[in-house]
Write a protein that binds this ligand. Structure first.
Ligand code: XIL
Length: 377
């Protein structure tokens, strides 16, 4: 079943058709098909976010990663808080563990992230002031970026800096970094400093601006896309180093209103604009929540797989999209169960492998989308 873009944009779910895809998914894994190989065949890096705790402790999870993925990113272990137990000390053991795992398996490694408003250490407020903020930020990037320099495919230098509802000019988020570094410019100083420092310490890494909520056809997504494009254009105008846009892609099989959300035209127009600016695009954190799908597992998996196929089938049409990572690989460790989970107490099934680490219909849909993508140059 090949879903054309027009079909995808214009219709709701045709769930029944997916059952067959699910069976094929199981067969494909048995035949040794992997997400990594499916992407590699088209010049696309395909992989997932990794929990280092699970990687250390769960042999089946480790094996699944070894079989399946060509690019990895730490779910938390490269973030500011986890790396910085105190203002003067660094904790690198977990990040190093993932870097070594990637290297041993010939996987690319992403860095996520230098700057985010969440997962900051408790000491941040109180220690970081207007006087020392720039120094703290530069030192952090020098130390962390420098440690992994040459080993990182791409760094999410700044994560989620746009939040239109915060009401700041340019749509910028009223983040802790914004508060302590001069935010009056058309590009907030913390963003400019972060990208310039990242380029200096790791000139080989692709530098990425990463954000969510820019995928949909709704008004909120459209506004956020406009603000993100404003930032990217202004960065280019001011010659602030930037190589790619990360589209997180935390999307829904079914929305709160019970409808299948539409992803397509607005996002594709944005990706085309980004491509024309000479930048690449990465799908950095894909998962498809089934929060509002009725309890029956077959229907849930079908709806999730349908969305994997249609979303990836659409975005991969643009050859600026060079990588696809899901946010986790098995439902066993999905972050979604810790967030706004289902109200019926059931666990979510948003990833290509279920909690028993068996491929679901979403796996088959992802593989087929990768295999069907135009070959990258
Ligand atoms: C999430 C992790 O998956 C969780 O384990 C953690 O508690 C919070 O962060 N957007 C991002 C990621 O950019 O860093 C987030 O990861 C998920 C949303």
């Amino acid at each position: 079943m090949k879903i054309s873009r027009r079909e995808f944009v214009g219709r709701g779910a045709a769930l029944g058709a997916v059952a067959a895809v699910g069976l094929r998914g199981v067969a494909q894994t048995a035949a040794g098909v992997s997400i990594r190989a499916a992407g590699a065949g088209r010049g696309i890096l395909a992989g997932c976010a990794v929990s280092v705790r699970a990687l250390r402790g769960d042999a089946a999870y480790k094996k699944l990663l070894e079989e399946q993925v060509g690019i990895v990113v730490a779910e938390s272990e490269f973030k500011f808080g986890p790396l910085r137990p105190s203002p003067t000390t660094y904790f690198f053991e977990d990040a190093d563990f993932l870097a070594a795992f990637a290297e041993a398996n010939g996987m690319k490694l992403r860095g996520h992230n230098f700057v985010w408003h969440r997962q900051l250490p408790k000491w941040f407020d109180g220690y970081v002031t207007k006087e020392n903020a720039k120094q703290v930020l530069v030192e952090h990037i020098e130390k962390v970026g420098g440690r992994y320099a040459g080993k990182i495919h791409s760094w999410d230098v700044v994560n989620e800096a746009i939040q239109v509802s915060d009401g700041l000019p340019g749509g910028f988020r009223d983040s802790p970094w914004q508060k302590v570094l001069d935010g009056s410019g058309t590009v907030p100083e913390y963003i400019a400093v972060a990208f310039r420092t990242a380029r200096r310490v790791d000139p080989k890494a692709m530098l990425v601006y990463n954000d969510y909520g820019i995928e949909g056809e709704d008004e909120g997504s459209a506004k956020k896309r406009a603000a993100v494009m404003g930032l990217l254009r202004e960065m280019q105008r001011q010659k602030i180093p930037l190589d790619a846009l990360g589209v997180q892609s935390h999307i829904s099989a079914v929305g709160k209103d019970g409808r299948v959300p539409v992803y397509g035209a607005g996002l594709m127009a944005m990706i085309a604009e980004v491509r024309k600016m000479g930048l690449k695009v990465l799908v950095t954190e894909m998962d498809v929540n089934d929060r509002y799908v009725a309890a029956e597992i077959g229907a849930r998996d079908a709806a999730v797989a349908q969305m994997y196929g249609s979303y990836l089938g659409t975005v991969l049409q643009d050859s600026a999209v060079i990588a696809v990572l899901t946010w986790g690989i098995t439902d066993k460790y999905t972050w979604l169960n810790g967030e706004d989970s289902r109200t019926d107490g059931e666990k979510e099934r948003p990833l290509p492998f279920d909690a028993a680490m068996q491929p679901t219909a979403a796996f088959a849909a992802e593989v087929r989308a990768l295999q069907g993508a135009p070959v990258r140059g």
